[in-house]
Design a binder for this molecule. Structure first.
Ligand code: FAD
Length: 553
């Protein structure tokens, strides 16, 4: 890297601040100036919903670093309330507007890093700009929401959009004692995740009094009585609210890059290579503003998450200072807490793979193990769905939902995906165990074992969605008491413990599909029957998986 390089960074939060600090750690000789149009640098956007919910009590706790810290510890100059309005690539300079005074000035750069993030989507609906309708992106946004709630003694909130931010806001508004209605265009909240995996979340929301308006959307806002708002939904339904939170997604902030003629991808993000370089070699870009490659699907997309933004900032710093570093791409690993449920995902969902026409090469397994040893008090079940390639068991994606231990399992599988691991690797993964933390066969091991059994051909799988169309004989292998408590229409009861003595009741010329509550006893039955010459499939995840499917149909 040439000495005395001048590095300017636009945006001073996740991507920008990581890039600035890492660049300084790698070189003492560069001049580094970071601009942010807002009044804060390096604040915790991910903490904002919890500040609204009063879980984080003080605004200053959201400040991860200050301009003074950047100056004293890293010799980095931070200019707040400073909006970068133009990039002149020819002269290699930017134009900056001091938001407080309106003064504009320009600054030269050797390298420019764009980390401007993303902006919340605000659809052009009638009344969208009325007071009381909020997006959440900055500390001032969260302060305004808190103030509005206090000032108007708000009781009813409508959250538009059931994605990550919508769900976190729902939880926090509920925590503050508000009645919350969620309006979501899709038939489920958390639409990136497969419907059956979201069923426990719907259940917990409803149990806590949250009203779900699914398959519906807002078409207009209007003033109601006093400070209140009247909302009209596409279905004709009307809602009244003290405040509305918009959580319908974000779009990359690309105006600066576009005006400067930098290449923008079809996904709407700034095009960068693995070294985070834009189409101009003197300009790098990181974070929510850029288009990234999904490592599993190979598709380019925008994936607005804090982890990738931080890692990209670090990689850009390496590149600027002459190191050979590259971003590996992302797989959308994410987690959200919704009341007593934790929901996490890594890699593509089943519905995404179907949309991409890639599902035929895939198989899935469901399991419902305890989050730690069941004999140790307090075990709670995790529902885990593992997606893998049929031909070789390559791990492709996973989703999990439960009250505890969810993110730990998804993190392990996320790393497995990054390293191109197979279900055989999950089967053999060595994971720490004591009864209060896990099981000697961890849920990740069990997922690997079930899937490895399938790839090796030790057991064939069937799925609930195929049951209505099959002419297979469906056998419920649970105890008669469990069977009487509820079973699938048309299923006969043949308890596992009687399977060897009563197998002559089963036809050899037809397929037999077995199920139990979670899929384990029916696997034992399938193994036994197949060794006696029956053509058997085990219905993955058992009756419990079917209940989850039914809940979201
Ligand atoms: P940002 O962190 O948004 O920073 C961009 C900065 O650039 C902003 O301060 C902006 O003011 C500034 N800027 C933009 N344009 C200009 C300009 N022209 N001149 C000067 N400054 C400019 N991700 C997770 O992984 N997990 C979570 O739990 C999570 N929760 C979230 C909760 C909320 C409420 C929000 C809003 C986001 C959450 N995210 C979460 C997403 C995560 O915060 C972002 O992915 C991450 O902050 C992106 O980093 P970034 O540096 O690209 O952009």
């Amino acid at each position: 890297m040439p000495h005395n390089q001048r590095i300017l960074i636009v945006g001073g939060v996740a991507g920008g601040a990581s890039c600035a600090a890492r660049t300084r750690r790698l070189t003492e000789s560069a001049e580094i100036i970071m601009f942010d149009r807002g009044p804060y640098v390096s604040f915790a956007n991910c903490g904002l919903p919890y500040y609204v919910g009063d879980v984080i009590k003080k605004e200053e706790h959201l400040l991860v670093a200050t301009p003074e810290l950047f100056r004293d510890r890293f010799n980095i100059e931070v200019r707040l309330n400073s909006e970068v309005t133009l990039i002149d690539r020819h002269k290699r300079c930017i134009e900056v507007r001091d938001v407080s005074s309106g003064r504009t000035y320009s600054e030269q750069y050797d390298t420019l890093v764009l980390a401007p993030g993303a902006k919340p989507v605000r659809p052009p609906l009638p009344g969208i700009d009325l007071p009381g309708i909020f997006s959440l992106r900055t500390i001032p946004d969260s302060r305004q929401i808190r103030n509005w709630i206090d000032q108007h003694q708000a009781k009813h909130a409508v959250v538009v959009g059931g994605g990550y931010i919508g769900m976190e806001m729902t939880e926090n508004l509920h925590k503050r004692g508000l009645d919350v209605t969620v309006v979501e265009k899709q038939s489920q909240v958390m639409p990136l995740i497969d419907a059956e995996m979201v069923a426990p979340v719907h259940e917990t929301l409803t149990k806590n009094g949250v009203v779900l308006c699914l398959d519906d959307s807002i078409i207009a806002f209007a003033n109601g009585k006093g400070h209140t708002l009247n909302l009209t939904l596409e279905s004709g339904k009307r809602l009244e609210a003290d405040l509305v939170i918009l959580g319908i997604g974000v779009r990359p902030e690309t105006a600066l890059a576009e005006d400067a003629g930098l290449e923008i991808g079809a996904s709407g993000g700034i095009v960068v290579d693995a070294a985070m370089r834009t189409s101009d070699p003197h300009i790098l870009a990181v974070g929510d503003a850029v288009e990234v490659v999904d490592v599993v699907t190979g598709k380019k997309n925008v994936i607005p998450l804090a982890g990738p933004a931080n890692r990209q900032g670090r990689i850009a710093a390496g590149v600027i200072t002459g190191r050979q570093t590259a971003f590996r791409g992302t797989q959308g690993t994410a987690v959200v807490g919704i009341m007593d449920q934790v929901l996490a995902i890594t890699g593509p969902s089943e519905k995404l793979l179907k949309r991409l026409g890639r599902w035929r090469a895939m198989e899935k397994v469901y399991l419902h193990p305890g989050h730690h040893a069941n004999y140790y008090p307090g075990a709670s079940p995790i529902t885990l769905k593992l997606i893998f390639q049929k031909k070789d068991g390559l791990v492709v994606g996973a989703q999990a939902v439960g009250k505890a231990g969810v993110e730990k399992r998804i993190d392990i599988i996320s790393m497995a995906i990054q390293k191109n691991a197979t279900v055989f690797d999950l089967e053999e993964a060595e994971l720490c165990y004591a009864p209060q933390f896990g099981s000697a066969k961890d849920p990740v091991n069990i997922a690997g074992m079930i899937a490895a059994n399938v790839v090796r051909g030790d057991v064939a799988l069937a799925h609930w969605e195929d049951v209505p169309a099959t002419d297979a004989v469906v056998i419920d292998v649970r105890d008669p008491r469990e069977y009487r408590g509820g079973h699938v229409p048309g299923a006969d009861n043949l308890p596992l413990d009687e399977i060897r003595s009563r197998m002559e009741e089963l036809p050899k010329e037809k397929e037999i599909w077995t199920y139990c509550f979670v899929g384990q006893r029916s696997y034992y039955a399938a193994r036994a029957l197949s060794q006696y010459g029956f053509n058997v499939k085990n219905i993955s995840g058992g009756f419990k998986t079917n209940l989850l499917r039914k809940d979201t149909e």
